[in-house]
Write a protein that binds this ligand. Structure first.
Ligand code: BDR
Ligand code: CA
Length: 508
């Protein structure tokens, strides 16, 4: 195993960001890349290997996937086929196993740009180091039997805390590169660090008050999220309004530098269905906002998605659809090569336990363009689905709206006014106290996946049923035998979610 090197940032194995070079192969050894999806799996793997006589030197935890830092890890191990079978049998929820023989993939130097912080930890306590890396969502960029290299981007405080905790674990080198903490809210400022722990996202949206809160949450969270652009789609209201609304929202956040693109103005195969009955005729009813001054980009939103994915390093960009999936599926149809370049898709849509909101069987985003949804769910991209099952747990409360007003900021006032408008519909329909903040869950998932628990399941989209068009047939109980294609959160720490929202919105 001495020559095992792991680098992040390539596509050697679909979207799992593994770049590995392995120079030792023998007839008896197989190298397996195992992607597992279960909280605590790392500890179990370590226990398994150290406690049961396996050769721990044959195991390297190569990558902690930050999209679900507590729940998804990639393990690279070598061993006989029987050993690998035993691991598979005991690991629990394994998402994928790729067996690799004679793997050689060229690695490239890790990019160190502004804002990156590098720590090298060595020695016996590497497992503890990995746990720390997991907690801090640091990126394991190089791993050998005796040393691990982490990169982490964040505020000075975060980096100091990380370094302090690493020292007793054999920290041998500490290097800061560039400026770790940059001032927030500087017009035109963009974080330039290629922080693999941070999410680099395109928000695809049909605002929508709840879309608006999602966008504000993302823009208020530069340590965790870099917004590469926003693509508007027809959904809650027609495209002519959603693209204007997206720009209004950026201006509220003080970010006129964000590029907003108009995408598709109708579903792939059907007439558009809108939801003015929920969001008002503008889509953002609740408070009058000025006509945006920032420009709409000339490029079509679908072209922007395609170009961005082709230009950025493979495995680094996540799509965050908050509306019908028309733009995404159109991009996939026109440029199938971009699919394998995605880090993942985290979307709001669908329902299982909550069934439907626009029809008895279907959730709005999926119902509006079921053909697009079907294509996206079938694409084989790591997919996380924030459905009504969790968004109906994300109900606003009077106390929270009062907290927003008490911030005394323009953002607080605007979000409170949107919430007041938005909740009328749901209060009348469900008799609940507040409004479900569906779309912000997508961004909350990226920032704090620990607020959710869920299952990796198969989800198929109904495109023909006379009563069930747009239904997400979610195999929560695993009865179909069909392969899992989505991570589906089922629980939400509601108070944690609203605390996060308040803290972040207060920054704007
Ligand atoms: C979804 O539909 C839209 O009305 C909301 O913005 C959200 O994206 C909820 O069903
Ligand atoms: Ca939406």
């Amino acid at each position: 195993m001495s020559a095992l090197k792991i680098k992040q940032g390539s596509t050697s194995h679909s979207a799992y960001n593994l770049r590995a070079s392995y120079s030792e192969t023998t007839e008896r050894h197989t190298l397996a890349v195992i992607v597992a999806n279960e909280p605590g799996v790392l500890a179990r793997v370590i226990g398994l290997f150290s406690g049961r006589g396996y050769n721990i030197e044959s195991l390297t935890v190569a990558e902690i996937d930050h999209e679900g830092h507590r729940s998804r890890i990639t393990i690279v191990t070598s061993g006989t086929p029987q050993v690998i079978e035993q691991i598979k049998a005991q690991l629990g929820r394994i998402v994928a196993v790729h067996e690799v023989h004679d793997l050689t993939v060229e690695g490239s130097a890790v990019e160190r740009e502004l804002g990156l912080f590098k720590v090298v930890a060595t020695g016996e306590q590497r497992i503890e180091s990995l746990r720390l890396a997991e907690i801090f969502r640091a990126n394991v960029v190089d791993s050998t039997l005796t040393s691990f290299v982490f990169e982490i981007t964040g505020t000075s405080e975060k980096l100091d805390a990380f370094a302090d905790l690493m020292r007793p674990l054999g920290l041998t080198e500490l290097a800061r590169t560039g400026i770790a903490a940059l001032p927030r809210g500087v017009p035109g400022h963009r974080r330039r660090g290629r922080d693999m722990g941070a999410h680099r996202i395109i928000i695809d949206t049909d605002p929508g008050q709840d879309d608006a809160v999602a966008i504000l949450l993302a823009l208020a969270s530069p340590d965790e999220i870099e917004v590469l652009g926003i693509t508007a789609v027809a959904g809650n209201v027609p495209l002519a309004l959603t693209q204007v609304n997206a720009r209004k929202i950026c201006e509220i956040a003080g970010r006129p530098d964000i590029r907003v693109f108009a995408g598709c103005d109708r579903p792939m195969a059907r007439p558009l269905v809108t939801a003015e009955h929920v969001h008002g005729t503008t889509g953002l009813d609740g408070i009058d906002l000025p006509v945006p001054q920032m420009p709409l980009q000339a490029q079509h939103g679908v072209d922007f998605i395609i170009d961005t994915l082709r230009r950025e390093p493979a495995g680094t960009v996540t799509l965050c659809p908050l509306g019908p999936l028309t733009n995404i599926a159109t991009a996939f149809a026109r440029a199938p090569d971009i699919i394998a370049r995605l880090r993942g898709i985290v979307l709001m849509g669908g329902a299982y336990f909550e069934v439907g909101n626009i029809t008895p069987a279907a959730e709005f985003n999926i119902y509006v363009d079921p053909e697009a949804a079907r294509a996206v769910f079938a694409a084989g991209v790591p997919l996380t689905v924030l459905s009504l099952d969790v968004s109906h747990k994300a109900l606003t409360s009077r106390a929270w709206v009062a907290e927003l007003r008490a911030l005394g900021t323009r953002t607080g006032e605007v979000v409170a006014a949107w919430t007041d408008f938005f909740e009328r519909f749901d209060t009348a329909k469900y008799g609940s106290e507040g409004a479900p903040l569906h779309d912000p869950l997508v961004i909350a998932w990226l920032i704090r996946p620990d607020l959710f628990t869920g299952r990796h399941i198969n989800v198929e989209i109904e495109t023909e049923g006379s009563y069930t068009l747009g239904m997400t047939v979610a195999d929560w109980w695993g009865v179909s035998g069909r392969k899992a294609n989505a991570f589906w959160p089922g629980t939400l720490d509601r108070d944690g979610f609203f605390a996060l929202l308040t803290e972040r919105l207060a920054r704007l």
